[in-house]
Structure formats: structure tokens, C-alpha cells
Ligand binder design. Structure first.
Ligand code: BMA
Length: 338
């Protein structure tokens, strides 16, 4: 069986799989872990990302302010489940030290690459596109050049360079509530100039749960023989879009190539906090903590655009599910250079 390449994380939030539960991902029993109105002036926190930090946990949180605009807030937690937030949104400065605040910022991801932590979000760049910032201490945040042209609204970095390049997954889109979308990959020698774009995975397949669009989720998890990604897939119903999640394995040296991909969802909206909220029927994964020793994985996901929830799986459970439901689409298995 494959192994996670990474650190041990003994204090990873964890609950064993409930007896009699058959699914590959099981929910934390005290979900949602963040409720409405968590901070003065913030109505909802959801679609947010966390990392281990100094023996505890730190995260960047999508805070929907009471005028409806989302911004990114910093949060800290001892156990990864109970969070305290700064009252003020994160202040970003450019590389010359001048204020460089996003007009709005949502769906942040947080990834450690070498000695720095990177925040990747969707913000306004004459339309929705991707924002990128670096911090080493969670006190000062340096906003870098916007990686892509508009429109694009969903991106995450790989946690290390591959073949000497930084690698970003993203989902190019339109200026609205995009009714299409595949996962692409872009590469950069310096986090400034991005190119060598590749197609990674397309929506669709035999099942319907990912028929409208797909988008990347947490930072890819390095395995000895590939990269594990959790991602969201969207289906259309007469009552609107439904967001579920599943997983795939990408090639280790060329992650534009999909080795295995689950043709069925691993988690879909079922609980009240996933089915009922500002946008009903949404599970939207943005972060995953892993313990390399045990293969335990804790996934943080936004629920119904209203709450943050946690769910658990293990590497073995996930790999078994992916392989049992394997369905790689024709262009997924190529090197993506079309
Ligand atoms: C997507 C993004 C997410 C959101 C989802 C469901 O397009 O805007 O932030 O969770 O829609 O509303």
C-alpha cells in the first residue's frame, strides 16, 4: 500500500469510523465546528484552510462580512476544532511594503512550501481571478503578483516544487456562477511567471455528480507513488447546483497525468448543516491535515456556504475507494499538453 510522505501529526483531530458506517469519509460528531456570527461583523465563516503550526493549528478563514463581501481572517486553535479569530481581516502589503488589500477574497487555501506559507484565494482582478500571498510568521503578509488572467476562481499550490517548478492547480472560469470547469495545472520558476499550462482532469464521466464542473480542494498530499487530491464535483438539479467531494491520484513526476480517479463521490450533502444554509447542498473541501505515521486524514470543508465542518478518512480507505470506483477519463490520463 502507498504511504504519505510527510511529518507525523500526533495531535491531528480524529475520531474513529462509527460502527456500522460504510462510507469512506465520516463526519466529526460535533459538526459544524464553526457556527454563524463567529466574529464581530462576520456573518458566516466557511470554505477555509488550516495547517499545523508551532505545535497547534493556524488557519485562513473566509469571513463573509455583514455587508456581504468576503475577506480573509486569521484563526488559531490548540486542537484544530475550537477556533479563535482575529477581529480584523488580514492586512496584505506588496513586496515594497505598500498596502495591497484584495477588494474581496474568498475560498482561501493555505500551503507550506519550503520555509514559507502561501495563501491562495479568489479575488477581484477586473473580474474573479486568483490572488497569492506569502507569510513566514503569520504577522506580516506579502501579496505577490496575481498568477493568472481573469477569470479563474479556484486554486491551490502543491506543497513542494516538482522538477524545480512551483505548481498550481486551478479552474479557469467565467465572470458568473460558472456552469463549466475542469482542473488545470500551471508551473512557475519563481511564483511570478506562470506557464506550461496543462489539463489535469475533466468534468463528466459515467456518473452525474461531477457533470457540471470540478475544482481542486486541499493542497495535494504527497504519497510515495503519487499525489492524492481531494476535489469537489458539481451536478445540476432543478433546485440548483449540488457540490460533493471525491478524490484522485496524480502522477508523482507529472501531476498533469491522472493515475486513478473515483467515478463516485466520497461525501455528498446529507446533514442539516450541508443541506441547509446560505447556499444549500454544498460540501466544499479546502484543507486536509495528515498524519504520515498512521495515514489519518482530517478534511476541512465548507458546508452550505455557512459553516466549517470536519470529516475523517485514512489513506487506505481513500485509496481503496478510488481504486474500487476507478474511472479515468480519456484526456485525464494524458500529460495534459493538448
Ligand atoms: C462556488 C464558489 C464557492 C461556493 C460554491 C457554492 O462557485 O463560489 O465559494 O462555496 O460556489 O456556492
Amino acid at each position: 500500500m502507498s504511504k504519505i510522505i510527510g511529518s507525523s501529526l500526533k495531535n491531528i483531530p480524529w475520531q474513529d469510523k462509527p460502527k456500522g458506517f460504510n462510507g469512506p469519509i465520516w463526519r466529526h460528531s460535533e459538526n459544524p465546528i464553526i457556527n454563524r456570527n463567529p466574529v464581530n461583523g462576520v456573518a458566516r465563516i466557511f470554505n477555509s484552510a488550516v495547517v499545523p503550526y508551532e505545535g497547534a493549528f493556524i488557519g485562513v478563514f473566509r469571513g463573509e462580512t455583514i455587508n456581504g463581501r468576503p475577506h480573509i481572517y486569521l484563526g488559531r486553535s490548540k486542537d484544530g476544532l475550537h477556533w479563535e479569530f482575529d477581529e480584523e481581516k488580514i492586512k496584505f502589503f506588496d513586496e515594497d511594503g505598500k498596502p495591497y488589500q484584495p477588494l474581496y477574497a474568498y475560498d482561501p487555501r493555505l500551503v507550506k512550501v519550503e520555509d514559507a506559507y502561501y495563501i491562495i484565494w479568489c479575488g477581484d482582478f477586473d473580474g474573479a481571478s486568483i490572488g497569492l500571498a506569502r507569510t513566514t510568521d503569520f504577522k506580516t503578509f506579502t501579496r505577490l503578483e496575481n498568477p493568472f488572467l481573469p477569470f479563474n476562481r479556484n486554486a491551490v499550490l502543491f506543497p513542494r516544487r516538482i522538477n524545480g517548478k512551483y505548481v498550481m492547480l486551478s479552474r479557469p472560469s467565467d465572470n458568473g456562477h460558472t456552469q463549466f470547469g475542469d482542473i488545470m495545472l500551471s508551473q512557475s520558476p519563481d511564483l511570478k511567471y506562470w506557464g506550461e499550462h496543462r489539463l489535469v482532469m475533466q468534468k463528466g464521466g459515467n456518473g452525474w455528480w461531477q457533470s457540471v464542473k470540478i475544482g481542486c480542494g486541499p493542497a495535494p498530499i504527497e504519497l510515495d507513488d503519487g499525489w492524492l487530491i481531494f476535489y469537489h464535483g458539481v451536478t445540476g438539479t432543478c433546485n440548483g447546483l449540488v457540490y460533493s467531494m471525491s478524490a484522485a491520484i496524480l502522477d508523482k513526476d507529472n501531476p498533469a497525468k491522472v493515475l486513478y480517479r473515483a467515478g463516485s463521490f466520497m461525501l455528498t450533502p446529507e446533514e442539516w448543516y450541508e443541506e441547509r444554509g446560505f447556499v444549500p447542498n454544498v460540501v466544499f473541501p479546502c484543507a486536509a491535515l495528515c498524519d504520515a505515521d498512521t495515514g489519518r486524514i482530517a478534511i476541512y470543508y465548507g458546508a452550505a456556504d455557512s459553516y466549517v465542518a470536519v470529516a475523517y478518512t485514512t489513506l487506505d480507505e481513500t485509496l481503496n475507494f478510488i481504486k474500487e470506483h476507478n474511472e479515468v477519463l480519456p484526456l485525464d490520463s494524458t500529460d495534459g499538453k493538448i
